[in-house]
Design a protein around this ligand. Structure first.
Ligand code: ZN
Ligand code: ZN
Length: 276
């Protein structure tokens, strides 16, 4: 992995937002480094106004990135439920570029207008940013969900790790990161999937996130004990900064992490840029 002068994360879609931006229980991050740029996930694509609105407000267009990577094949990351059902990464037309770019996927899927590249193992993607490779976890109803986390090495700081929903668990993600590099951990960011007191998505009165994507059967919830374990894992890995995602984690869990993590924490907001 090349040493990067900086890594800049601009949040296109998140649950929390800066003023004037639209929030959603979904994720899209724009990553810029001294070596290029990459889009990580596309939220609910054309099925929710957040990505189109926020991208327009930030002046973002696909022409500005070298490639795209999708963390995993869930609707809140690959362009909505129709995209998930058809395994076709889908972006709003307004963002598309006439130039065909690579789309790095952790599993078999298509992405219209892109050259799809399936990531089978840890590898360098683009802009000096690497993938952990697919880290599978059995998820109720979805079966075997492959998710890739991103990894970068930033000069004078250390490793930066970014997750999508964090379904493989932060334990598994950090274990893989430890195998790939002995550099100290500087920052962890993205979804950790802790809908402890409730989820962000309510479908027909059902709190979808508390039941699906937890790695447990739906009658077993994610608990405060599970969260305590994740907090110790992160504290043991000693990152200096943790950028939390509210898209799949409840306010109670965000509060606990803010209080109990030794790192400086920040909750990611759509419209904001973070220099890592
Ligand atoms: Zn998610
Ligand atoms: Zn997910």
């Amino acid at each position: 992995m090349p040493e990067l002068d900086y890594l800049e994360l601009t949040v296109l879609v998140e649950w929390k937002t800066e003023e004037g931006f639209i929030g959603d229980a979904a994720v899209s991050y724009l990553l810029k480094t001294g070596l290029g740029s990459m889009l990580y996930d596309v939220g609910r694509g054309p099925t929710h106004p957040a990505l189109t609105h926020n991208a327009a407000k930030l002046g973002f267009h696909l022409d500005q990135v070298d490639a795209m990577a999708i963390s995993h094949l869930h609707g809140d990351h690959m362009g909505g439920i129709p995209a998930q059902r058809s395994r076709q990464v889908t972006l709003p037309d307004a963002l598309m570029s006439p130039q065909v770019k690579s789309c790095f996927l952790p599993d078999k899927a298509e992405a219209k207008g892109f050259k799809t590249e399936r990531v089978e193992r840890p590898q360098l993607l683009t802009a000096g940013i690497a993938s952990t490779g697919p880290l599978a976890r059995s998820l109720f109803r979805y079966g075997f969900t492959e998710e890739q986390a991103l990894l970068a090495r930033v000069k004078d700081k250390g490793l930066v790790v970014l997750t999508g929903c964090g379904h493989p668990t932060i334990e598994v993600v950090l274990e893989m990161v430890g195998r790939l590099s002995s550099e100290p951990l500087y920052a962890v960011g993205g979804g950790l999937h802790f809908p402890v007191t409730g989820g962000r998505v309510n479908r027909a009165g059902i709190q979808v996130q508390t039941m699906i994507g937890t790695g447990k059967p739906p009658w077993q919830r994610i608990t405060d004990e599970d969260l305590s374990r994740a907090i110790s894992t992160i504290n043991n890995a000693r990152p200096k900064r943790v950028y939390l995602s509210g898209h799949d984690t409840c306010d109670h869990a965000l509060d606990r992490m803010t209080r109990e993590l030794n790192a400086e924490t920040e909750v990611l907001k759509a419209g904001a840029t973070y220099r890592l």
